[in-house]
Design a protein around this ligand. Structure first.
Ligand code: ATR
Length: 272
């Protein structure tokens, strides 16, 4: 019996067990995928002695993505670029780490808005936190020039500084100025989550063929996406990113490559 899990603090809100549970059943694999809540005082020790956990691997969620990346003996290059890991597995006694958030982000857009990257020009990324790091890395990889706008300018500058000539930074309050020429817009801030405030951006100035996405998926249609849709812009919600980022981990742990289907999406949607 193989055990995998999502590791974080807290982990009760994670939908990963639902996703992997669905695939385990589908492939009839004798394995399980649970939740491991690790208290902050124990975190360094937990990842340093991951082999003792009895897990063959797992996902890492808030607040341990950076801790896990540091603890790994092998890191995929993207982990070093982004400074965070979301997928772990053991290989020959060595803890290995990947970050599949960027892959999930791109796969969701490829799936829901085919051609969204046909003429990669300027992408506007709102926010400069942990989630933005993976998104910016993926967009640069796809050939976009990325403008990072954040409430705290220093964070946007630090992130943009990792991609000289490909990314630049400014404050979030300047969003309207840049939106006029943006072909692609993504919200990575926590604004728009249940009960949170909205983003101060006039989407009526955005080019008519722009694609707009949000990595927040609770609610599925954030105020940002609703506003974009009401102006006739193509929108993609954030749920697919969660589903697609799970694929590489499952493949590594259980040896079968699963698909993101309408059935899986409906299952998770019903749980939101
Ligand atoms: P995550 O890992 O989910 O990205 P994070 O690292 O805490 O979480 O980043 C949260 C992002 O939302 C940041 O860009 C943050 O802006 P600051 O860097 O200025 O804190 C942004 N954010 C959160 N609340 C915000 C608010 N009320 N207005 C504008 N931006 C906000």
């Amino acid at each position: 019996m193989s055990h995998a899990a999502v590791i974080g603090w807290p982990v009760s809100q994670s939908r990963s067990p639902l996703i992997h549970g669905h695939w385990l059943k589908q492939f009839d694999i004798k394995g399980d995928y649970g939740r491991v809540a690790v208290e902050p005082e124990r975190a360094e020790d937990f990842f340093a002695h991951f082999a003792d956990s009895g897990l063959l691997g797992g996902n890492v969620t808030i607040p341990y993505k950076e801790t896990a990346a540091r603890a790994a003996g092998y890191r995929e290059p993207v982990v070093d670029r982004v400074g965070a890991a979301n997928t772990l597995w053991m290989e020959n006694g060595v803890l290995c780490a990947d970050n599949t958030d960027g892959i999930g982000f791109l796969a969701n857009l490829d799936d829901r808005a085919p051609g969204w990257d046909r003429a990669p020009a300027e992408a506007l990324v709102l926010g400069a936190g942990g989630a933005a790091a993976a998104v910016v890395d993926a967009l640069v990889d796809r050939g976009f020039r990325v403008r990072i706008l954040n409430r705290t300018l220093s964070r946007a500058e630090a992130l943009a500084g990792r991609y000289p000539g490909r990314a630049s930074a400014d404050v979030l309050s300047e969003a309207n100025r840049y939106a006029v020429t943006a072909g692609f817009l993504v919200n990575t801030t926590s604004l728009g989550m249940k009960g949170d405030g909205a983003i101060d951006l006039d989407l009526s100035v955005v080019p008519a063929d722009a694609v707009v996405t949000d990595i927040v998926y609770v609610p599925l249609e954030t105020p940002f996406l609703a506003s974009a849709a009401s102006r006739g812009l193509r929108t993609v919600d954030g749920l697919g990113m969660l589903l697609h980022q799970a694929v590489p981990g499952f493949t590594r742990w259980f040896g079968q490559r699963p698909s993101v289907t309408a059935e899986l999406r409906a299952l998770i949607e019903a749980d939101l």
